[in-house]
Write a protein of this length. Structure first.
Length: 202
C-alpha cells in the first residue's frame, strides 16, 4: 500500500524534469532520511515532503535562466531567479499537499521551508536545517559532483575543493557536516580510482 510519502513523491516527480532534479531530488530524499535517523526531535512529516517539493518551482523558469539561480554560477548569480523558484515552489507545494488532504498546519510549515530553502541563510527550525543540509549534501555525492562541476565550469577536482571549503558555512547540523566530509571522501576516492574512459557529464 502506498504511503503518504509515496503519494507526495508521485505528485512531485513530474516537476523534476529540469535542472537534473530527477537525480538531485530523489537522492536528497535519501539523504534527508539518513539525517532524520540522528534527530529524533525532527518531524519527518515536514522534512520529507519539503525535500521532495523544494525545487519544483524551477519547472516554470526558462531553462536558459535556471543556472542563474545557482550561487557561484559562471553565468552570474541572479537572486531574483533563486527567489522566484522558491516562491513558485512554495505555492505549488501548497497545492499538491492540499490535494492530498495533508494536515494544514504542516502544509504551512513546509511551504515556509520551501520558500527560503536557498536564499535564507539561517534555519527556521531543526526541520528546516535538515532540509537545507540534505539539499546541499547532494553536491558532495558522485552524481552531484558529476553534474555540478559542469554547471560551475570547473574540473571535478576543482569543484570538490570548492565545496570542501564551504562545508563549515553550508552545513547547519553536526551530522550534516560529518556526512559532507564522509561523502566527499567517498566521491574523491571514486574519482581517484575511476577509469579514464568513464564519461564525466550526463
Amino acid at each position: 500500500m502506498a504511503t503518504m510519502y509515496d503519494k507526495i513523491y508521485a505528485a512531485a516527480e513530474p516537476y523534476w524534469h529540469t535542472r537534473s532534479n530527477d537525480i538531485h531530488v530523489p537522492e536528497s530524499y535519501v539523504l534527508a532520511k539518513a539525517l532524520l535517523r540522528y534527530y529524533s526531535d525532527a518531524d519527518e512529516a515536514i522534512v520529507l515532503p519539503a525535500i521532495l517539493l523544494h525545487d519544483i518551482g524551477y519547472l516554470g523558469i526558462p531553462e536558459e535562466m535556471q543556472m542563474q539561480g545557482l550561487a557561484g554560477s559562471p553565468l552570474g548569480w541572479n537572486a531574483d531567479i533563486t527567489r522566484l523558484h522558491e516562491r513558485e515552489g512554495a505555492r505549488l507545494a501548497g497545492e499538491i499537499l492540499s490535494s492530498l488532504d495533508y494536515e494544514p498546519t504542516k502544509i504551512a510549515l513546509i511551504m515556509r521551508i520551501v520558500d527560503g530553502h536557498d536564499s535564507r541563510q539561517e534555519a527556521l527550525s531543526l526541520d528546516d536545517a535538515l532540509v537545507k543540509d540534505a539539499d546541499k549534501l547532494w553536491r558532495f555525492t558522485r552524481s552531484g559532483v558529476r553534474i555540478c562541476h559542469v554547471w560551475m565550469n570547473k574540473t571535478p577536482e576543482a569543484f570538490m575543493l570548492y565545496i570542501e571549503v564551504h562545508i563549515a558555512n553550508w552545513m547547519l547540523t553536526e551530522q550534516g557536516m560529518s556526512m559532507a566530509h564522509t561523502i566527499l571522501g567517498q566521491t574523491r576516492h571514486h574519482y581517484a580510482t575511476r577509469s579514464k574512459d568513464e564519461p564525466e557529464a550526463i
